[in-house]
Design a protein around this ligand. Sequence first.
Ligand SMILES: Cc1cc2nc3c(=O)[nH]c(=O)nc-3n(C[C@H](O)[C@H](O)[C@H](O)COP(=O)(O)OP(=O)(O)OC[C@H]3O[C@@H](n4cnc5c(N)ncnc54)[C@H](O)[C@@H]3O)c2cc1C
Length: 817
Amino acid sequence: MPAVPAHAQIVVIGGGIIGCSTAYHLAKLGRTDVVLVERNKLTSGSTWHAAGLVGQLRTSANITQLLKYSVELYDALEEETGQATGWKMNGGLRLACNAERLLEIRRQATTAHSFGLPMELLSPREARDLWPVMDVSDVIGAAFLPTDGQVSPSDLALALAKGARMRGVTIVEDCPVTAITQQSGRVTGVVTTEGTIVADIVVNCGGQWARQIGALAGVNVPLVSVQHQYLITEPIAGIPRSLPTLRDPDRLIYFKEEVGGLVMGGYEPNPLPWADYGIPDRFHFQLLDDNWEHFEPLMEQAIARVPALQSAGIKQLINGPESFTPDGNWMIGEAPELAGFFVGAGFNAFGIASAGGAGRALAEWIAGGEPPMDLWPVDIRRFGAPHRSTGWVRTRTMEAYAKHYTLAFPFEEYKSGRPSRVSPLYEQLKAAGACFGEKLGWERANWFAPKGVAPRDEYTYGRQNWFAHVGDEHRACRESAALFDQSSFAKFMLVGSGAAKALDWICANHVTKAPGTLTYTQMLNSRGGIECDLTAARLSDDAFYLVTGTGFATHDFDWIRRNIPGDCAATLVDVTSAYAVLALMGPRAREVLAPVCEGGAEAIDNAALSFMRWKDLSIAGVPVRAQRVTYVGELGWELHVAVEFASRLFDALLEAGKPHGLKLAGYRAIESLRLEKGYRAWGSDIGPDHTPLEAGLGWAAKLKSGTDFLGRIALEAQGERPLKKRLACFVVDDPAVILLGRETIFRDGRQAGWLTSAGWGYTVNANIGYGYVRDPDGVSDAMLASGAYELEVANERVRCAVHTSALVDPASARIKG
Ligand SMILES: Cc1cc2nc3c(=O)[nH]c(=O)nc-3n(C[C@H](O)[C@H](O)[C@H](O)COP(=O)(O)OP(=O)(O)OC[C@H]3O[C@@H](n4cnc5c(N)ncnc54)[C@H](O)[C@@H]3O)c2cc1C
């Protein structure tokens, strides 16, 4: 008799903590026809040798909520299953040893408050009262999160496995998966050494093996193995069992109590990758050779912090491999390459802390057919073309690992693996002084250094070195004209006799107007949440050109393709690499363009090309599709041009712009300009958790038409009730205050939300932030506009003004030219 059932609704691959948690939560949702297959024994991968710290605070509200849920689950699991977990809510302490770090932890405390975590700031003496064996002579402040804790990782995983079994899940050990079967783009099961299981859904929770398991299915799982070491000491006098976990990021180290001694580990600036050529067979319940030489700098830091370590007995140095990712975050979700194949992997040494929430979110995604909430920071679809190269992934991942504890400055860019993808204008932009940032591998000009200034970011928590230069670019755009290279935009064609019908269904706005039109639209999920935010140009009866943000290429493509109704003959093609985009924007943009445009001023006046229309033009002899649209709130065009013409178009526009003060401008100016104009940014201001009604974008949903569209039912239902949250704009005039996002919103002294995005507006000369004001009883227009608002910034309250319309050009007279 075969050891595995011939059929299961869901197969989970991997019996580490993530596989166990996913199976447990699937069962809790009533999905009990689940088989978990583990190649060796439960926990034999990375889980058994984890240190077990459980921290909760992340930079995303939803991921923090998931980690908070982990804590609630770990608190109750022993009682539920009868299996001890070693869970202890002893709190987490974080130290600051310099002014920038102190500011960082002050901002982290505010983020914690925004997300509902009770993080408090402590003096060095108070910190030492909690952690008596440390030297605090260099500590200038600390933050304490009393609900953090620690756990015994293997026991916790086994408790989750027991809870899953108790609910009907089958767990089969010593059962490696050797192949994934599929048909017509959908997974159909797994082949194991113990037999084949036909399944509707397969979940890859293979830890550091997840990349090779994904490869069996043609699915890219961008993670690599990295060595991670920690030390376990014999008991040390003066260490209470209640000792909180401790993170000392300035020394790159962390601690937790264990049997009266300490566990101490850290994040070296020169991490060591492992298994470059594949993980050896039969690597289970194994450690790597300890590497004292590599660990020594961390050890020195630890002794300086805890002098008793000098003479403490050392039980063991653990060197365990763990999977890390290029951006330090884990990944979950249905693979864009293969329907029914899910991934939950790449846990970057916080898989124990994440497991409860990650397993729940993954199970809900599987059971519900779409993400249960905005999971964008951990969505597998945030990756794309560059992540297909293991070499690139490894290079970038080493940098991300090394940054684990370094100061996370605002606007900080990765340095490694660059340049990866460049616009055809890259060399010209570089010669013009561009300081580049990177998005999904694309090099994009963030700002331009004037002559004599190095095009280099200098990071600080204060105003950074580019501040004034971005101001010049911003003002050029508002007062004369600016040229932006936006070639990295993701661009798709939807073609076929059913394309219009498909977009009628997928888009919330009416995009199937006559050829020549351009429509700004959202695409909604069944909850009415915004999955995509883009513009659609109707090229002909059966062809649409869709333009969306650089970073959303994989996600949006997946969303659109997945939602094309089965009876619509429509094919989606990614044409990103075919076109460069130059955005010419500003009140004098027409004067710049007219002399080089065939047909002169008449070809581009409002009669010939009005707002939200597109037209083919010949500019300096170059064929261009001019789209009359803007994300900066000015008169202008996005000029879409075949890449081979881009360079010539660029030169011609720069030359034509000289008499009009045209300036090259970058993405930081775009951000400042769009904040003033109130344009929403997907991924921060809007996303799957926010509906157009809540975001003030109800005008872009075709609710008055009779056309059915995805999300309509939810939106209509929401429209009948008071909205529980509404996006508003907040302004702080004081230039000494710096808003970065995640600051807490207070209304009449009561916490009401947090900022989703923020920055400086150079025209209004003030800090601008956007955030949802929340109230379970409803947020009316009158309520939103009234009340005394404050923001908590770096743990201090500042007064702010609230606005419900755009700060610049609320009537949109400028963009209509
Ligand atoms: C030294 C160290 C310290 C750490 N400390 C902490 C900490 O303090 N806090 C924290 O939150 N996290 C910590 N972690 C991270 C944590 O251990 C991991 O994030 C977590 O264990 C990952 O769980 P997983 O289920 O994804 O992977 P794994 O535990 O590796 O599970 C994957 C499983 O898949 C199985 N598998 C692989 N291939 C196949 C196949 N073909 N068929 C069937 N099964 C297969 C493997 O055998 C394995 O059991 C630490 C990690 C290390 C290395």
